[in-house]
Ligand binder design. Structure first.
Ligand SMILES: [Fe+2]
Length: 190
């Protein structure tokens, strides 16, 4: 089962770690998601990894919080899950991996993408200039992501076999997935 983001009903009942009430910088976001990850009673109940057969519809991800300065998501990953290339428009972001491991790749024009595996217990942050692609390194992985200012538009990219890159503007509420050069989704599923 996939839970669509529900920005109209943010989880204000959660007692999240304190936020400063303004846009957060990369280091602040990273520190904040690490503190949230250390309190699994706030998010563990949202974790779900459905079988491939059951979840042909896509990735499992849940909006944990959204306000005027930050939005926060919990994402569940299996090895079939892949965001495709994307950016976060004007938002900085931070990711903490709580279970398993995720792969982050960054495009390198004319060469192989830069790739790293981020295991449980590790985190990273990035600015609005960051273009990347994330996937599950092992089944059953979980990560928590925070963005500031909140995601609104995002860029989704296709890179053709001869290295030409194209960008489509998508809504933050759309599920990211790999796209073909004409903008059509290659696969359904996160
Ligand atoms: Fe991203």
């Amino acid at each position: 089962m996939t839970l669509a983001p529900d920005a109209s009903h943010p989880r204000d009942d959660l007692e999240l770690p304190e936020l400063p009430g303004r846009t957060l910088a990369e280091a602040e976001l990273r520190d904040w998601v690490e503190r949230l990850a250390a309190r699994p009673e706030l998010w563990r109940h949202h974790v779900a990894h459905d079988s491939a057969r059951e979840r042909a519809g896509g990735r499992h991800y849940v909006s944990l919080h959204r306000d005027e300065h930050v939005d926060v998501w919990l994402l569940c990953w299996d090895t079939v899950d892949d965001t495709g290339w994307h950016d976060h428009d004007t938002s900085a972001g931070a990711v903490v991996v709580t279970d398993g491991a995720v792969v982050e790749r960054r495009p390198r024009l004319g060469g192989e993408a830069a790739s790293r595996t981020v295991p449980a217990g590790r985190s990273f942050a990035f600015g609005p200039d960051h273009i990347h692609r994330m996937s599950g390194a092992v089944d059953g992985s979980v990560s928590i992501h925070a963005y500031s200012p909140p995601l609104w538009r995002m860029g989704q990219y296709a890179i053709s076999d001869d290295g030409v890159m194209r960008r489509w503007s998508v809504s933050y509420a759309d599920e990211l997935r790999p796209v073909e050069d004409d903008g059509h989704a290659l696969v359904s599923g996160p």
